[in-house]
Write a protein that binds this ligand. Structure first.
Ligand SMILES: [Zn+2]
Length: 270
């Protein structure tokens, strides 16, 4: 490493690894101040090593491996570097004559290859992880948008609600309830309801499986076609239902159902 020769790449690597002696390192520093070519080279090497350092964060080297590696590189560099120390090309020479292959410290090269391989594996892992995450996100988004569409259709006032029956039969009033006791969620849809006198409303009831009093679950009036729905009325959670019923009550609703029960359905499994 004289003032008028470029610094061999392996020495720059050792410098970046801080594996040079203080004396050698300061010679390199002096040269780097005055030489763009070597400075760029050193910056590139340091960048590579910084990447390696980052990639190694989650999977640290075994205890002492770093020290052993550094020692090994330092020894190799001294032996091979000294013998082959014919560095080489003056700055005046326009070709940046880089590699002097015979003098490359192979332990350092091997170490770099190992690091590079570890880095590639790491990048591969991260890529796979990212792919999985984005697949999951896409699935969740799809599921949630489907659920939203189901709700949109069920609640849309413009939806056509059609019950198919045997031809030429006047359809009787009917309704369907979908109930999730754990969250107290209820969706109810009725068809072919008879019109109500003014001042009256239909009222839906949840009849609890535990024998307690019926719980009012919403007032509703049918539209011109006789359809009505009750979507997610406020209900207590965790009350399994024995049955559902519909009565006619005064418009503001009642605390207890008034006979007769016009529509009733037992919940399956109770
Ligand atoms: Zn140089």
């Amino acid at each position: 490493m004289t003032a008028d020769a470029h610094i061999p790449q392996e020495d720059l690597a050792l410098y970046a690894l801080q594996a040079l002696s203080e004396e050698e390192a300061s010679a390199v520093r002096v040269h780097l101040k005055g030489c763009d070519v070597c400075r760029n080279e050193a910056a590139e090497l340091s960048g590579d090593l910084a990447l390696v350092a980052l990639s190694a964060e989650e999977r640290p080297l075994p205890e002492g491996a770093h020290e052993r590696l550094m020692a090994r590189i330092a020894v190799d560099a001294k032996q091979e570097g000294r013998e082959a120390a014919k560095p080489v090309v003056s700055i005046a020479d326009t070709k940046p004559a880089r590699p002097v292959y015979s003098s490359i410290p192979w332990a350092a090269v091997a170490a770099m290859l190992v690091f590079a391989f570890a880095l590639m594996m790491k990048i591969g892992d991260m890529h796979r992880e990212l792919q999985q995450k984005s697949d999951q996100l896409a699935q969740q988004a799809a599921a949630s948008s489907r659920a939203q569409r189901v709700l949109d259709v069920l609640t849309a006032s413009s939806a056509q609600r059609v019950l198919l029956t045997a031809a030429k039969t006047k359809p009787a009033p009917s309704a369907r309830a979908v109930y999730l006791a754990a969250s107290g969620s209820l969706i109810f849809q009725a068809n072919d309801l008879d019109p109500l006198p003014t001042g009256k409303a239909y009222e839906l009831w949840v009849i609890p499986a535990n024998g307690k009093a019926p719980i009012p679950a919403g007032l509703f009036r049918p539209d011109a076609a006789g359809s009505a729905s009750v979507i997610l009325p406020p209900l207590p959670t965790g009350v399994p239902a024995k049955a559902f019923g519909v009565t006619v009550e005064r418009a503001e609703g009642s605390d207890t159902p008034t006979a007769p029960i016009l529509l009733a359905g037992a919940a399956a499994g109770e």
